[in-house]
Design a protein around this ligand. Structure first.
Ligand SMILES: Cc1cc2nc3c(=O)[nH]c(=O)nc-3n(C[C@H](O)[C@H](O)[C@H](O)COP(=O)(O)OP(=O)(O)OC[C@H]3O[C@@H](n4cnc5c(N)ncnc54)[C@H](O)[C@@H]3O)c2cc1C
Length: 453
């Protein structure tokens, strides 16, 4: 049973009785298993005695997307195609902005079912599709454990305020998602044209896309649900027990590395949480705090704060204090060019930047230091905010995620409280290199990252 709180009808149009299929518009949940939206679509198709078609609209224009992101995503979509084919479900990827592809395919559909995205562009796409499709459009939320509006009806002040609300509802939503199977084969169905892409040859496909190709693929991360599951099992077998003690040490490599897969919807957070709970590890609480409370705080933030990608998203106290200290002298001021090329006086910061540039994933603890230093070394806090977001979203495989906007905003005071006042930062929390030296061997981290270059 799919919890009704996950389901939202997006328009008033009834299902179309002449429809030849039910259309599942896959967008945020790029996986064939543990996907409530896909399961809901299968149930609807079976009830209407129709086949199910799954569509993904690939736009080369997704903000800040580049070859690194597209390759990772396409590796995942290749796997989706194989897996759906085995289940007799047609999967088509069209080279089109998704909402237009959905509209074209909806002309012969009884109903459109889609998953949920929280960023402005994802919300715009769904709204446009709901207004322009000539059949019912239903959204099913599958990438949050507790649906966002069920967890809270407003923007939360901090993790502490959301934690209470989420924990009160968690047991209703920590329940497995039962995979459904179609009754009618759609593999040879005739479909309207949507500028279909052939996923078989990834290199040819990537060459044909008009995208920024300067950023090389990550040497460490291969996209797809199988790779995600492998990472999860490796983490649960080897690292979760000591996660609370070692997660902030980048030399221990004891984190899950699941964020790129979560970002592309290649693994379900619910699946991760239930698999984790099966182990009964002493590290479970700390890990689920990050996976559920912290991650869903980011979704709460971008959903309720439409300014999430600018300085204006910050609480009033943080904006005021940073502005008041804007003219404070800085020991160094760097241009975006210098930051991007890791040309600062600080070898620790340079290493963090290079880790992100070379691997597509900076360690979580270093991300905090990295963001705080950008605030310290750029002329104004507004510009510092935009540089941090630009670099994060360009190089991180998990960039452009609700957690990206939240992580950057946190460095500037979001979801935090005022601290003792000091230069440049005002009352925003400060971090320094001595903190890194105290916590772990930063020299070891720097040498390891330098060996990638
Ligand atoms: C400046 C800055 C930028 C960040 N940019 C991103 C980003 O672009 N994309 C992104 O997914 N996260 C971002 N984060 C949050 C966090 O650093 C990453 O989610 C984490 O490092 C991902 O690594 P992991 O999957 O190995 O984490 P693990 O420690 O294994 O945690 C498991 C999961 O919990 C969630 N999680 C963990 N820490 C956080 C956190 N602080 N906030 C929200 N969710 C969390 C993630 O989904 C993560 O995959 C950023 C944080 C900061 C301070």
């Amino acid at each position: 049973m799919i919890q009704p709180q996950r389901i939202k009808i997006l328009n008033r149009t009834p299902p179309c009785p002449k429809g030849r299929y039910v259309l599942y518009w896959m967008q945020a949940s790029q996986r064939s298993q543990w996907n409530h939206a896909l399961d809901f679509a299968i149930c609807q198709a079976n009830q209407l005695e129709l086949p199910l078609v799954t569509f993904f609209g690939l736009t080369p224009r997704f903000p800040a997307g580049n070859a690194r992101h597209y390759r990772f995503m396409l590796e995942g979509l290749q796997e989706v195609e194989r897996s759906l084919k085995k289940r007799r479900i047609r999967f088509i990827v069209g080279k089109t902005s998704p909402e237009f592809g959905v509209e074209a395919l909806s002309k012969h559909a009884a109903m459109v079912v889609t998953d949920r995205g929280y960023l402005n562009i994802q919300r715009f796409w769904r709204q446009w599709a709901a207004e322009n499709c000539q059949c019912r459009v239903v959204q099913v939320e599958s990438d949050a454990i507790v649906p966002i509006e069920t967890a809270s009806t407003k923007e939360e002040y901090s993790a502490a305020t959301l934690r209470r609300k989420i924990n009160a509802k968690l047991q209703d939503f920590l329940v497995p998602c039962h995979q459904q199977e179609v009754r009618h084969n759609s593999l040879s169905l005739e479909l309207p044209s949507v500028n279909r892409l052939d996923l078989h040859n990834l290199e040819t496909l990537l060459r044909a896309l008009d995208i920024d190709r300067q950023i090389p693929p990550s040497p460490l991360f291969k996209g797809g649900s199988a790779a995600a599951l492998q990472r999860l099992l490796h983490f649960l077998d080897n690292h979760i027990d000591h996660y609370p003690d070692t997660r902030n040490d980048p030399n221990r490599d004891s984190v899950s590395h699941l964020s790129p897969y979560l970002h592309f919807g290649q693994i379900s957070p619910l699946h991760i949480a239930l698999e984790t709970k099966k182990r009964g590890s002493p590290g479970e609480g700390a890990f689920l705090e990050e996976l559920i409370v912290r991650r869903e705080l980011g979704m709460n933030f971008v959903f309720y704060n439409r300014d999430y990608d600018s300085f204006a998203c910050l609480p009033e106290w943080a904006q005021k204090t940073l502005k008041r200290h804007q003219q404070d002298p800085r020991t160094a001021v760097y241009s975006p060019f210098q930051l991007e090329r890791a040309q600062t006086h600080d070898p620790y910061w340079n290493a963090a930047q290079l880790e992100m540039v070379h691997t597509g994933k900076m360690h979580g603890y270093m991300r905090m230091y990295w963001g705080k230093k950008i605030l310290e070394w750029v002329k104004t806090p507004e510009v510092a905010f935009s540089y941090a977001l630009y670099l994060n979203n360009k190089y991180e495989l998990d960039g452009r995620d609700p957690s990206s906007f939240t992580g950057v905003a946190w460095c500037f005071g979001k979801h935090d409280r005022p601290w003792a006042e000091r230069a440049i930062f005002g009352k925003v929390r400060y971090m320094n290199a001595r903190g890194l030296e105290r916590k772990f061997s930063i020299g070891e981290y720097v040498s390891r990252v330098n060996s990638y270059a």
